[in-house]
Design a protein around this ligand. Structure first.
Ligand SMILES: Nc1ncnc2c1ncn2[C@@H]1O[C@H](COP(=O)(O)OP(=O)(O)O)[C@@H](O)[C@H]1O
Ligand SMILES: [Mg+2]
Length: 222
């Protein structure tokens, strides 16, 4: 069964009462469990719009999105938020870590929202940090870590809920090329252990790390 199925997805942004912009045009995408897919395209091509729809942060104007067998157009906002927390792990360009919070507590945070008790939260956060190679940095604050290490903490935070999909928007955008390569290597390892990864980037060289590329141009798949 497919994990992500987008059928005839359109997205319109309304700029004024009678003015709209079509950011996505008839998008059809199927992603299977265990895939490593890159969504690649220049700035303004609709990557973030598509990521927001896949990540349940925004809804399409028309078309169908089936996530893990569920038609998401039928769901209310609170159910969508629950589903987002359960199924999607987000990784952003700018890490988005809490500054005065130790690595282990940053990673454990999504488990608070998921209602997991404290001792299990810490055990799972520790395991996730071990998985990204930061077993020795559990108690470090973000400003005591390098950029690459901070992104690893963010990846551990995305992994800790054991989501169906890791959704990464320009995850190497704030890193030097060598550190970026290490992060891409980590994604490959995570994919080998069965994680489904969707990598969003404007850079074809970065996209080449994925097993499949979906190219966007002016809101269309080309
Ligand atoms: N909230 C919005 N309102 C109006 N237009 C938007 C909005 N968000 C994005 N757009 C437009 O949609 C197009 C695609 O944007 P985006 O998905 O952010 O592209 P990318 O991530 O590939 O740079 C751009 O032309 C952008 O200006
Ligand atoms: Mg973008």
């Amino acid at each position: 069964m497919s994990l992500v199925k987008l059928e005839h997805i359109n997205k319109l942004y309304f700029l004024d009462s009678d003015l709209s912009f079509q950011a996505l045009k008839d998008i059809n995408v199927v992603i299977q469990k265990g895939e490593f897919v890159a969504i690649v395209g220049p700035s303004g091509s609709g990557k973030s719009t598509l990521m927001n729809i896949i990540g349940l942060l925004d809804q399409p104007s028309s078309g169908e999105y089936i996530l893990d067998g569920l038609d998401i157009s039928k769901l209310k906002e609170n159910k969508l938020a629950q589903l987002r927390n359960k199924k999607i792990g987000f990784i952003f360009q700018s890490f988005n870590l809490l500054k005065r919070t130790k690595a282990i507590d940053n990673v454990a945070l999504p488990l608070i929202y998921a209602g997991v008790g404290q001792s299990e939260r810490l055990a799972r956060a520790k395991k996730a940090l071990e998985e990204v190679g930061l077993a020795d940095k559990l108690n470090s604050l973000p400003n005591q870590l390098s950029g690459g290490q901070q992104q690893r903490v963010a990846i551990a935070r995305a992994l800790v809920t054991n989501p169906e999909i890791l959704l990464a928007d320009e995850p190497t955008g704030n890193l030097d090329s060598k550190t970026g390569e290490e992060i891409l290597k980590l994604f490959k390892t995570l994919n080998k252990t069965g994680r489904t990864i969707i990598l969003i980037t404007h850079d074809h060289h970065i996209a080449d790390n994925a097993k499949r590329k979906i190219t966007l141009k002016d809101g269309e798949i080309s």
